[in-house]
Ligand binder design. Structure first.
Ligand SMILES: [Zn+2]
Length: 218
């Protein structure tokens, strides 16, 4: 009996040590990455002709490094973790669910400048539904990465499709790209609209129409 207990204690100690180790590993990795980014931002500032020792810029490389880590934190997140315990069985619910005007902020992978706008999501459940706030979290996982709007739209749709296996998923993103607004063509009012339709939204024009009408209305 005693031996068994000891084993358990040792095991649980081991798992605690292991757990601590994992946490510190992750933090260490983040620190290393932050230092490397900080050094890189210092080079960029110098290359721009800036004096990195002047008051206003002293902590800029570190701040920029932290900001970039935050804006790309989606690389370390996945849908499974987010949806853990948030999927519910709903035998009778097969009406369209629409969540519209979800704010989205991302970075264009071609210029590393922001694009931002609204996401509209619709799905028709097939026995499984998800807490509505989780749809916004899914948007965040994929938008906090370097992106192109078309891929972001598709990743959100296929992510939901995989997790919920619904009858269909529709995703529309309307966004303003700062790379178009601030440089080059300077089209300040231009917005880019992308959409991905899966399942019934693709096969049935009426369902698609219903989603488009409901998601575009105020
Ligand atoms: Zn761009």
């Amino acid at each position: 009996m005693n031996g068994h207990c000891n084993e358990l204690i040792i095991d649980s100690k081991k798992s605690v040590v292991h757990h601590k180790h994992e946490t510190s590993c992750k933090e260490e990795e983040e620190d290393l990455s932050r230092h490397a980014l900080e050094a890189a931002y210092t080079s960029i500032l110098r290359e721009l002709g800036e004096d990195t020792s002047r008051q206003g810029l002293l902590r800029t490389p570190l701040r920029a490094a932290k900001a970039m880590q935050f804006l790309t934190k989606g690389y370390h997140e996945n849908i499974e973790d987010i949806l853990n315990n948030a999927i519910f069985d709903e035998e009778d619910h097969n009406e369209m669910v629409i969540v519209k005007n979800i704010d989205v902020f991302s970075l264009c992978e071609h210029h590393l400048v922001p694009f931002f706008g609204k996401v509209h999501i619709g799905y028709i459940p097939n026995k499984k539904v998800v807490g509505l706030s989780k749809l916004a979290r899914i948007v965040e996982i994929f938008s906090r990465r370097l992106q192109v709007q078309e891929r972001l739209t598709k990743q959100i749709a296929t992510g939901i499709a995989k997790a919920l296996e619904p009858k269909g998923v529709a995703v529309i993103i309307e966004a303003t790209h700062m790379c178009m607004v601030m440089r080059g063509v300077q089209k300040t009012n231009s917005r880019t609209v992308t959409s991905t339709m899966l399942g019934v939204y693709l096969d049935d024009p009426k369902t698609r129409e219903e989603f488009l009408t409901l998601s575009q209305g105020v």
